[in-house]
Design a protein around this ligand. Sequence first.
Ligand SMILES: N[C@@H](CCC(=O)N[C@@H](CS)C(=O)NCC(=O)O)C(=O)O
Length: 195
Amino acid sequence: MKLYLTPAACSLADHIALCEAKIAVETVKVDLTTRRMEDGGDFTKINPKGYVPALELDDGTVLTENAAILCWVADRAPDLAPHGEMGRIRLIEMLSFIASEIHKPFIRSFFPIDEKDRETADRMIATRLAFLEEQLCGDYLFGESYSVADAYLYVMLHWANLTKRQVPAKLAAFFERVHRRPAVQEALRREGLAQ
Ligand SMILES: N[C@@H](CCC(=O)N[C@@H](CS)C(=O)NCC(=O)O)C(=O)O
């Protein structure tokens, strides 16, 4: 199995989740400016959308989109998903929220059309993080048990720190808590990001 990633990009969430689930995976770095892989190969032949992450299964099936890959991992490691009748749907709800309401605005803030566009995206990120801060009532997004959604939020907060944003107190503590997890350290090390 291969995970196509770019260090510190959103694909870090999938990498962390795979490490957490103890699913062995080979990583292939993608240069997003050239869309070339480490061996010079054309990444768009793997994922025609041209962006990371992409997970290539052993039978050659290629899975794209963070939410889908994280659900795939959670299906194989049920401890990484909220339990109960509504567990799976709550996970999809949370992954969709992070993908569309936090991840996308971050991309918009990194590559804005103009300054006004950046301000709008920044405001949206702050509003959505404030919402999660208010909702958080345990160590993790779903209370006391860690899930693949926490790995995704961790990457968003990593970006928030890199861009020197004010992160609300409970989310700042959440970030530190997740950062200390051995699987997070393993993924960071494998991406060359560990200090
Ligand atoms: N909808 C995709 C978005 C993935 C995405 O934004 N990937 C970024 C890195 S964080 C990327 O590869 N950008 C390069 C590009 O769009 O050309 C998902 O959620 O997986």
